[in-house]
Ligand binder design. Structure first.
Ligand SMILES: NC(=O)c1ccc[n+]([C@@H]2O[C@H](COP(=O)([O-])OP(=O)(O)OC[C@H]3O[C@@H](n4cnc5c(N)ncnc54)[C@H](O)[C@@H]3O)[C@@H](O)[C@H]2O)c1
Length: 322
């Protein structure tokens, strides 16, 4: 039986999901929805599906088995609730929301409905990440050091650079590294945040978010952490280092290096993590079994909470408990 998919949002990341889904058997593109009709048309021309500009109309007119939500953070306005009401499993891109209370309410409804959900924390699907998680669990680890350095997406002109639309780099992009730190070390208990501003806003007209954010994290398991992200860099660097007694795990994108001082071993993944993520979601929907999914909605809200609470700390100058 084919799993019929509907997309809400047919922009950049949706295109990557469509490309991955095309490689998975038993997937049918049933509907493409975007408020920009031309984007939905273009996606439908390449992959198939009926074209919509209104997601409610899509749900009313076309039967779908699963929904992919690939919309910007500010645009979450009832799509998840509409899926929950209709019992349609969904994969939603990170960050799941900009308002923590709304995200928590959605998480409670997802749980009550026992709905299969997946969130685009795609790094979790790298085999080297799983390898790192298993190895870290066997060590006496004490701290994690995360980084996410890049340039302002969209040439500094689009929704990314506006706080009210994206939440800023920490919420929108470095959330991947917050999530990796949680994946390796468990839940965060308290966060303290500092920020710098005043460079990018002189260059880009609508830029009104941090240039750099630095977080101090206290984990429930007693470990500590530090994450720094910046939109001042020209290239791209991101990763996490986890340090324990006599061992350093360095994870960067598809590469894990385990350093035991006198022995350093590097593992490089050749997996396409988005293909793995989408395959897991489709299998979960087809088999009605959420166990294939590595990041469900409720867990993703905990990652969102870390970055939003860090920004609260930046505003108040005080550490914030989660
Ligand atoms: N997992 C990853 O590695 C990864 C990578 C890139 C982006 N993302 C995430 O995916 C999301 C989308 O990012 P993008 O780069 O694709 O953005 P984008 O701007 O390229 O595309 C977003 C699309 O959503 C459409 N849209 C906006 N509001 C809508 C609504 N209410 N209903 C239907 N369509 C609507 C826009 O018209 C646009 O076509 C963001 O949350 C981003 O963080 C995740």
């Amino acid at each position: 039986m084919k799993v019929k998919i509907g997309f809400i949002g047919c922009g950049g990341i949706a295109g990557a999901h469509m490309k991955a889904l095309k490689q998975i058997e038993d997937v049918e593109f049933a509907a493409m929805c975007d408020i920009d009709g031309a984007r939905a048309e273009k996606a439908a021309a390449s992959y198939g599906g009926k074209v919509y500009t209104d997601f409610r109309r899509m749900f009313d007119e076309t039967k779908i088995d699963a929904c992919f939500m690939c919309i910007p953070p500010f645009a979450h306005k009832g799509q998840e609730e509409a899926c929950i009401e209709r019992g349609i499993p969904f994969l939603v891109e990170k960050p799941v929301h900009l308002e923590l209370e709304s995200a928590r309410e959605i998480a409670a409804k997802v749980k009550k409905a026992n709905l299969i959900t997946s969130v685009g924390y795609v790094l979790r699907y790298f085999d080297v990440v799983e390898m790192a998680k298993e190895m870290i669990a066997k060590e006496q680890v004490s701290f994690a050091l995360g980084k996410y350095y890049g340039g302002v997406p969209g040439g500094g002109e689009g929704w990314y650079s506006q706080k009210a639309l994206s939440g800023g780099q920490l919420v929108e992009q470095a959330t991947h590294i917050v999530d990796m730190m949680r994946y390796f070390l468990g839940d965060v208990e308290e966060v303290f945040g500092y920020k710098t501003t005043g460079i990018n806003d002189k260059i880009y007209k609508k830029y009104d978010t941090e240039d750099t954010s630095t977080l101090l994290l206290k984990f429930k398991n007693g470990s500590v952490g530090n994450l720094t992200c910046t939109w001042l860099w020209t290239g791209f660097e991101s990763g996490v280092e986890v340090v324990g007694k006599g061992v350093i795990f360095n994870y960067e994108r598809n590469t894990l290096t385990v350093n035991n001082f006198n022995k350093k071993v590097t593992h490089i993944s050749s997996l396409d993590p988005m293909l793995e993520e989408d395959r897991a979601f489709i299998k979960a929907v087809a088999d009605k079994d959420a166990s294939f999914i590595k990041s469900g909605y409720e867990d993703a809200v905990k990652t969102l909470a870390v970055s939003l609470k860090a920004q609260e700390s930046m505003r108040t100058g005080k550490p914030v408990r989660l």
